[in-house]
Ligand binder design. Structure first.
Ligand code: NAD
Ligand code: FE2
Length: 379
């Protein structure tokens, strides 16, 4: 592993007026579309199809939340036969991640062909449209795991907030808290740099100011647009900087307890910030992390009389967003069986320790510390 860092965004990001016209570049080509049932039946798919004149199109609309391996295998089989020149992913993080894994399979099994990959996100959350991550689940083993490969980074991301207009307040809040978690993990992650900070900090500024507005009024298109860009900016940041134990734990919990990804992140975040900043117990690196969180607190307009007070204010700001969005303070409050969860803590902590995201965390956790965090968040 080289010790140097690099920053190499690979995705052409399209935004502003008339942006679906970008699809006219694929006129006459074979286009495979990966989406979900909702997008296929409620209008967004038709909007995309209306910009694909003269293309031969095959739609795979079977992506489901937390895409399982079986969905990837089925989609890859269908598209291996169809042989697309272009794959378009349309939907939230789940269809985009399913498409990423499908494209990776197609590219690795037929190296003679070039496949272009376009992502059109319909949630402002995962930033998956610009990342090298795809989160796939293995329901038989009760596991969710990140695949990470440059082969999966979309070539083009089309950021049209119109596609997010229909997202209900719950989805807006859950996915928006995912954005905040991505950016807050990226600013302290081991792979951070001034380049990734620039994206993550702008993302946080936009998200703290606009998520409450987008939640209160889904037709506030200025807030929707700001959140859509905040999501993408956070994706650019964490794809290069890495994430941390918030996501390591969230994947392990999500694979086992089947709770919504963004909501798990939102509940864990105050505990993870306190741990990384060493609020209770100092550890190597904690002081630097604490000062970064304090800088973020200043950037989003909180009162920061001292670095420690800044971290506490940041934690309170997150707790107050959660309360405003009716996100429970504990995982138990999200509707899981607390007794099952408590029994599974050793297994969940072990999976979280092995998760690829955990390696990015600025404070290296022990198994016992992850169990302690799970116990605190569980309720
Ligand atoms: N690849 C990454 O970098 C990355 C990062 C974080 C999370 N994830 C993964 O992404 C998945 C979550 O993605 P998500 O939070 O975007 O949600 P999602 O794609 O799972 O969608 C959640 C629900 O919202 C609906 N929906 C989506 N867009 C809508 C719209 N515009 N209007 C109305 N309903 C809409 C979907 O049909 C679905 O029922 C999880 O599997 C998570 O682990 C991936
Ligand atoms: Fe996430």
């Amino acid at each position: 592993m080289p010790s140097y860092k690099s920053f190499s965004p690979r995705t052409e990001i399209v935004f502003g007026e008339g942006l679906l016209d970008r699809l006219h570049a694929y006129r006459g080509q074979r286009v495979g579309i990966v989406t979900d049932d909702f997008m296929a039946k409620s209008g967004p798919l038709d909007r995309v199809l209306s910009h694909l004149d003269g293309c031969e199109v095959k739609v795979f609309a079977e992506a489901i939340p937390e895409p399982p391996i079986a969905t990837v295998t089925k989609g890859a089989g269908i598209f291996a036969e169809f042989r697309p020149d272009v794959v378009i992913a349309l939907g939230g993080g789940s269809p985009i991640d399913a498409a990423k894994a499908i494209v990776a399979v197609l590219r690795s099994t037929d190296t003679t062909r070039t496949i272009r990959f376009v992502a059109i996100p319909t949630t402002s959350g995962t930033g998956s449209e610009v990342t090298s991550f795809a989160i796939i689940s293995d329901p038989d083993k009760g596991r969710k795991f990140p695949l990470i490969s440059p082969e999966m980074v979309p070539d083009v991301a089309i950021l049209d907030p119109e596609f997010v207009r229909t997202a209900p307040p719950k989805v807006t809040a859950d996915t928006g808290m995912d954005v905040i978690t991505h950016a807050l993990e990226a600013v302290v992650a081991n792979g951070r740099s001034h380049f990734t900070d620039a994206f993550a900090e702008k993302s946080l500024e936009l998200a703290f100011a606009n998520l409450p507005k987008a939640y209160a009024d889904g037709n506030d298109m200025e807030a929707r647009d700001a959140m859509h860009q905040a999501s993408c900016l956070a994706g650019l940041a964490f794809s290069e900087a890495g994430l941390g134990i918030n996501h390591g734990l969230a994947h392990a919990i999500g694979g086992r307890m089947h709770l919504v990804h963004g909501r798990i992140n939102a509940v864990l975040l105050p505990h993870v910030i306190a741990f990384n900043a060493g609020l209770e117990e100092d550890a190597p690196g904690c002081r630097e992390t604490l000062s970064i969180y304090a800088r973020i607190a200043t950037r989003i307009g909180l009162d920061v009389p001292s670095p420690r007070a800044g971290v506490l204010a940041l934690i309170r700001a997150i707790q107050s967003l959660n309360a405003r969005f009716s996100i429970a303070a504990t995982l138990g409050g999200l509707g899981m069986e607390v007794e099952d969860f408590r029994g599974a803590i050793p297994e969940i902590a072990t999976a979280a320790l092995a998760d690829a995201c955990t390696a990015g965390n600025p404070r290296r956790p022990t198994l016992a510390e992850l169990e302690m965090l799970l116990g605190r968040a569980g309720g």
